[in-house]
Design a protein around this ligand. Structure first.
Ligand code: GDP
Length: 314
């Protein structure tokens, strides 16, 4: 089986305030992600004004970091409540999770909730015990709590064998051993554990395209944006594709805009293939759960036209 060794797709999950945001920012800072990519202003896709207007974070759903010639796509998950299955949809796009747990607080209700979802999707877990700098931090006990939670949630043997990385995200330090090297400013143990443990996506880019929309976004310049993972095949600018709608109809489009993720930005790309996370615009009524395939696949589908469902922002 061919795999995309150059990519890892992971979700970061945690109870609120356990340090997800701080950790992702630190990973980005310490990665090899080219500054020119991060600073590359793509005005058409600059979501900052919208983000400000809405007062919510839509910018960092995917943070793409480069490390040792690999691209690690890190998907954020809601830390408080599950909005209409968003956590599940995000987890369908990834092959593993970083479970972040506060070294002082230990496992909390949301830790259980998100871990349960990850177990259900059979994702490969990495446990990150964060805030080991906190006075009263009790990393060994917290690892035991996490292990108990895994057992309670019915983890299989491979999942129970999770690696543990100890971090102080605020200080930018991490280590495989809470007693050793916790002062060294490095996130390499986190990066290396991701590359070593999380499965690389399957590379079946020779097969017909299958791109599934898992999240929607919106931008005044390009309109509706579908974000998701290419599960099979390739998609490129100029391709004729069909969107298989949830109502059983299909709608044809030509691919006019494709975006890949670089740092916190989305940049236009000409092509993407199996394993890549991408954003597409120009398919104006595309919806979560819909699949994009080559046009010729669509002939076999019954054509019945009913109104498109109303837009629900995710
Ligand atoms: P999130 O809700 O999981 O995204 O958590 P944040 O990253 O926003 O962090 C929540 C709070 O914990 C913030 O005040 C951070 O500064 C703090 N924090 C994050 N990581 C660490 C850490 O390693 N040590 C300490 N002491 N505080 C941290």
């Amino acid at each position: 089986m061919k795999t995309r060794e150059d990519i890892r797709n992971i979700a970061i999950i945690a109870h609120v305030d356990h340090g997800k945001t701080t950790l992702v920012n630190e990973l980005l800072k310490q990665s090899d992600t080219l500054d020119e990519h991060i600073n590359l202003e793509d005005r058409a896709m600059d979501t900052n004004p919208i983000e400000r207007e809405r007062g919510i974070t839509i910018l960092s759903k995917v943070t793409a970091v480069d490390y040792k010639d690999h691209k690690i796509n890190i998907l954020d998950t809601p830390g408080h409540a599950d909005f209409g299955g968003e956590v599940e949809r995000i987890m369908r796009m990834v092959d593993g999770v970083l479970l972040v747990v506060d070294a002082f607080e230990g496992t909390m209700p949301q830790t259980r909730f998100v871990l349960k979802k990850a177990m259900e999707q059979h994702l490969t877990p990495i446990v990150v015990i964060n805030k080991i700098d906190r006075p009263g931090a009790r990393p060994a006990e917290v690892v035991d709590e996490v292990l108990e939670l895994f057992i309670e949630l019915g983890a299989d043997e491979d999942q129970l064998d999770f690696p543990v990385v100890y971090t102080s995200a605020v200080n930018g330090t991490s280590s495989m051993d809470p007693e050793v090297d916790t002062q060294t400013h490095t996130m390499d143990p986190v990066f290396d554990t991701i590359l070593d443990t999380i499965p690389a996506p399957v590379d079946n880019s020779d097969e017909p395209l299958q791109f599934q929309v898992a999240m929607l976004d919106y931008n005044d310049y390009v309109g509706r944006i579908g974000i998701g993972r290419v599960f099979r095949g390739k998609i490129k600018i100029g391709d004729s594709v069909s969107v298989l709608k949830l109502d059983g109809t299909a709608k044809n489009y030509r691919v006019t805009k494709l975006f890949g993720f670089f740092g916190l930005k989305r940049i236009e790309v000409n092509e993407a293939k199996a394993g890549d996370l991408i954003a597409v615009s120009g398919m104006e009524d595309i919806f979560v759960g819909e699949t994009v395939t080559p046009t010729d696949q669509q002939d076999r589908l019954p054509v019945l036209r009913i109104d498109a469902p109303t837009l629900q922002m995710t």
